[in-house]
Design a protein around this ligand. Sequence first.
Ligand SMILES: [Zn+2]
Ligand SMILES: [Zn+2]
Length: 357
Amino acid sequence: MKAMVLEALADVKTHPTPLSLAVVPEPAIAEGEVRLRVTRCGVCHTELDEIEGRTPPARLPVILGHQVVGTLESDGLPLMAGQALRLQKGQRVGVAWIASACGHCDYCKEGLEQYCEEGNTGTYNSPDKHLGTHTFGGYSESIVVNEAFVLRVPENLDLAATAPLLCAGITTYSPLRHWNVGPGKKVGIVGIGGLGHMGVKLAKAMGAEVIVFTTSPSKVEDAKRLGADEVVLSKDEDQMSRYAGKLHFVLDAVSAKHDINAYLNLLRVDGSLALVGAPELPLPVAAFSLIPYRRSFAGSLIGGIAETQEMLDFCGKHNIVSDIEMINIQQINEAYERLLKGDVKYRFVIDMASLKK
Ligand SMILES: [Zn+2]
Ligand SMILES: [Zn+2]
């Protein structure tokens, strides 16, 4: 099969190693697995960790891609636990970050496979327990995964714009749900990028009052278009002080260095701030940003499989997809260069038909 492959890691920390097109053997299907024909695949900032060598060990060759959508190639899958529908050959399906997990630890039993005690199997570059090799992601004609980790994509959603829901969508949906965002709640979304733009759409659809915090005046109009009730320029102290102690929850989607205390101070008593962006350096927290208001400072990682399906169904019901820019697979290296500069509104998605060119 044709795939876009990371064949060797160049000794560079400053520049992503380019991916290249290759023909690789199609993985065999083990018991309980199915094959998907990949039609679209989202491009994620996290992949830069692989190609810049920050997530060792890279098991070469690496085929990236963890926002995979396509059609099911195999016939008649067994029922997924707790689901009424039986997946059919040709059905629109997706695969997110988790390709498999132990299924018997406390967290897996609670549907929290993202925190599996034995460590879940990632969609790419994870040891493959069946084949003894490693898993391959979605930058490819096809992908093989555990059938229980395949998700149904609602019929009304555009397949390409659905791909980023499998990463940015669930990463923001899970904490919004966990901290009970809904009607009567004031929610802050910090940063408008791949994650933040989904946070705004989802929090708004959940019925919350949404206040976006951004450093860029150029993003004000776009934040309103996405559904924000108010947009605050975070460098403007007067604007920030209007929301001091007012918010029930803050979702922080910024991965650059920033003053976390400025956002903790926006929380009401018992309010929580959850990080989904991942700044490289520690964020200093002042004790008195937390103590006087019994505030919580937290983090959140993607979501479990049942919750990811719940998120897709929620998006189907509310007609929510990601804002995307479609590219051909031959443009992937250029797309990473643009990602590094934050130059995308708001996620790249690869048209996998371009693999045939
Ligand atoms: Zn991702
Ligand atoms: Zn587990």
